[in-house]
Design a protein around this ligand. Structure first.
Ligand SMILES: [Zn+2]
Length: 231
């Protein structure tokens, strides 16, 4: 294979390696749980934020556990909020320290980003994350060895809610239309800007979808539960 075909194939390979949700070239990662179990996992990225407590209240009212992929810098900014997420029994994952795109970054840079987030999350919540989500879903060469060194499994998603740009009704409609057993949904309880803007659409969409999904017989689990069921 040579010439233009080779270049095209290499480009396709790179795109899939970096962004394909099932690709494991750039680090082991998963994007759904067992399709034979009536369970679903809600995940929230980019927090903690000033709005996270409002989300925690909704989840508590519905008795729904979730997984929060936190940025180290936000944990350091709002340590009490990060603690309350852990204290409520939700799972905490690593979403890097400063939320950079990891493509074209060196292994040392990638390690620095993931290790800083691990350290800040541990220091402020007492939790050592086992799960990692790459910012923008972009992974890169070198990430694999960094994940191995830090004991992190990559977690992508089945459906991303677009909750940072869509109204709640559209987010809810998308998620309810896509929901199937074993799914991992990706939503956001913060932003990488400081201070975080309101997350009203996210809160409203979560409030709307939980009762409907429960009525369909789906139960909510953390990502670790949905990946490694014990019951
Ligand atoms: Zn993110």
């Amino acid at each position: 294979m040579g010439g233009a075909m080779g270049v095209l194939a290499a480009g396709g390979f790179l795109a899939h390696a970096a962004r394909g949700r099932s690709s494991s070239v750039c680090g082991p990662s998963v994007y759904h749980g067992d399709r034979s179990r009536a369970a679903i996992a809600l995940t929230f990225d980019d927090g903690p934020s000033e709005s996270t407590p409002a989300l925690l209240r909704i989840l508590e009212r519905h008795q729904v556990p979730a997984t929060f992929f936190m940025c180290g810098q936000n944990v350091e900014r709002l340590p009490a909020v990060a603690q309350s997420v852990a204290g409520a029994g939700h799972e905490i994952g690593n979403h890097t320290d400063s939320h950079p795109r990891l493509d074209f970054c060196s292994r040392d840079f990638i390690y620095g980003e993931l290790a800083a987030a691990q350290e800040k999350i541990l220091r402020h919540t007492g939790v050592t994350p086992k799960l990692f989500r790459a910012p923008y879903g972009v992974r890169w060469f070198g990430l694999k060895s960094v994940q191995q060194r830090l004991g992190l499994l990559g977690v992508m998603w089945g459906t991303i809610g677009n909750d940072w740009k869509w109204p709640a009704s559209r987010v809810a409609q998308l998620l309810l239309g896509r929901a199937r057993q074993g799914d991992i949904f990706c939503l956001h309880d913060g932003r990488t800007t400081v201070p975080s803007p309101e997350i009203g659409a996210t809160l409203e969409a979560v409030e709307a979808i939980i009762p409907v999904l429960k009525e369909r017989g789906l139960r909510f689990e953390t990502v670790s539960q949905i990946l490694c069921p014990t019951s």
